[in-house]
Design a protein around this ligand. Sequence first.
Ligand code: NDP
Length: 256
Amino acid sequence: MSYENLAGRTAVVTGAASGIGEAVALTLAAQGAKVALLARRSERLDALAEKIRTDGGQALPVVADVTDGASVAAAVDRIHDVYGTVDLVVNSAGIGLLSFSIEDAPVDDLQRMIDTNVTGVLRVTGAFAKDLKEAAAQGRSADLVSISSVGAHHLPGFPGAAVYGATKAAVTHLSALLRAEFGPQDVRVTNIEPGAVATEIAAHLDEETLQKLVGATPPAYGPLAAEDLADVVAYVTSRPRHVNLRQIIVLPTKMV
Ligand code: NDP
């Protein structure tokens, strides 16, 4: 697919080592954006950057842990040195450490999920807020996009997902309320809430937990592909700069 207005943009995509973040990075780069790739696994980022460059795009792999302030600060410095001011930020880094019941849930897992999904998004957003406002003040399009989840509202049949859902509710509310700060400065804020997407996210769960959560019978709908979400991100960030799609729920058609 082709989108106008993405060539020449300077993007940062967290969670670019796999899944939705990887697909978003590939799509933005294919449209002519320079893309900084953030995640913890350097070999994945290097391979993705190599693929983007081979396809004629521009990418900068930057190893960073969004739960670590020094790591994100170093990433910001590196991106500024190489690419200058960023005008498009996609918060996709996230984990879903579901457990069957709240009393069984390891508190360390819950803390790590909050650190990654909430504090990580806050940290990255704060780190690039000045860039986005400066870019907008120069007349450029400027976007903050966060990948939340339909779990922010409701996850029927997933009793162990309450804390994950709570982290995503925080992201959804943050996106909505940050518009009061960013909107008047011409920075768009978009919150995207996917349903099921085929990625590595479930690979963090052990088989027993998976069976308990979703049962032996897989759901009657097939998941979306990561590329479907990349298409949505490219669509919203390529609208004219006065148009802000604020909130988008993206479901497999058969998922009710
Ligand atoms: P993946 O597991 O494929 O991707 C998650 C990415 O986040 C990985 O690239 C991982 O790379 C990175 N990441 C995890 N922890 C950190 C960290 N501390 N610092 C930096 N990067 C980190 O899953 P998805 O692509 O599915 O997930 C992307 C987003 O989409 C998440 O926020 C998720 O909650 C959300 N989502 C996913 C849905 C789905 O069905 N898949 C549905 C709804 C929302 P690395 O390990 O190398 O750091």
